[in-house]
Ligand binder design. Structure first.
Ligand code: ATP
Ligand code: MG
Length: 273
């Protein structure tokens, strides 16, 4: 058995991989990398009743991985680059061998994984952290689920300048309800729900358009969405509107928030240890 640990900027994900299959997964949150790695490892062992002797190795990745310099609890511990881990995990969870991945975590990375290798196409600092940061000052709410519940009640027309606000007819493939300027209207009557929706909309529109450009540049028509941001239902709706306009679809593999950890774990078998 191999344990893959992804020490992300916000959350740490750990998975156990047995004979190339994902058999256990846990998510934790800790303030420092060492506590995250050892804590998630311990939780995995206890919750899944794993015997220490059955673990061949630990693969760690993510923003905090560089802080773990030695073996964890005497088990061979190897570091793998985050971009490679996302690529390997994305191919495995999507079940296809040539994909563009939008990994929506605290920030967003866009990666191509295919027969020719794994390439970091680019990304954006706009991601889940942007939602939490803007919400903290503008709403003010810090609980992620609370922000999403508020956003469900929101009306974009209160905060975004829409095309219908500035012109009569549709413009090219954009319909009248499309955003012309995120937060470009911000009416005095805009409430917390409207602002919450405006924040989520801003983040997913930016990520959606970056993904479209990345996919088109690689001649790929589907983008695999991973990271905790792949679970966001309002975000998925916004991406589906982008699909309607640009013909690039977005797919959400099961366990996509564990993609990076899965890729790290699988890379052991691939001989990258
Ligand atoms: N229940 C939740 N608790 C905390 N954050 C959540 C939750 N659901 C979604 N999120 C969002 O997911 C983001 C974290 O996602 P994820 O765990 O994939 O990132 P990460 O791996 O820590 O960061 P990165 O990959 O950018 O280093 C948070 O910024 C937050 O906006
Ligand atoms: Mg991550």
């Amino acid at each position: 058995m191999i344990i893959g640990i992804d020490i992300g900027s916000t959350t740490t994900k750990a998975v156990s991989i047995e004979s190339g299959r994902l058999v256990g997964k846990i998510k934790t949150r800790a303030s420092d990398a060492v506590t995250s790695a050892t804590g998630s490892f311990g939780k995995m062992i206890i919750e899944n009743e794993i015997k220490m002797g059955d673990i061949q190795g630990i693969m760690i990745t993510g923003a905090g991985a560089a802080n773990i310099k030695n073996d964890i609890f005497g088990i061979p511990t190897v570091r793998i680059g985050e971009i490679r881990a996302i690529g390997i995990g994305g191919v495995f969870l999507a079940g296809r061998d040539h994909i563009v991945i939008a990994n929506i975590g605290t920030g967003t990375a866009i990666i191509e994984a295919g027969p020719e290798g794994i390439f970091h196409l680019g990304g954006s600092g706009v991601g889940g952290g942007t939602i939490l940061g803007l919400a903290k000052k503008l709403l003010p709410i810090t609980d992620f689920n609370g922000i999403m519940e508020l956003a469900e009640t929101g009306n974009l027309n209160q905060v975004d300048l829409l095309l219908e606000d500035i012109m009569e007819a549709d413009i090219s493939f954009l319909n009248k309800e499309s955003t012309a300027s995120n937060f470009g209207k911000m009416l005095d009557t805009a409430g917390s729900g409207d602002i919450a929706l405006g924040i989520v909309n801003l983040v997913y529109q930016v990520i959606g358009m970056l993904s479209v450009f990345a996919a088109k540049s690689r001649n790929i028509s589907r983008v695999v969405v991973t990271g905790n941001g792949s679970k966001n239902l309002i975000g998925r709706k916004i991406l589906s509107i982008i699909t309607g306009m640009y013909g690039i679809s977005f797919e959400y593999p099961q366990d996509a928030e564990y993609t990076t950890a899965v890729g790290a774990g699988l890379s052991w078998q691939a001989g990258e240890k």
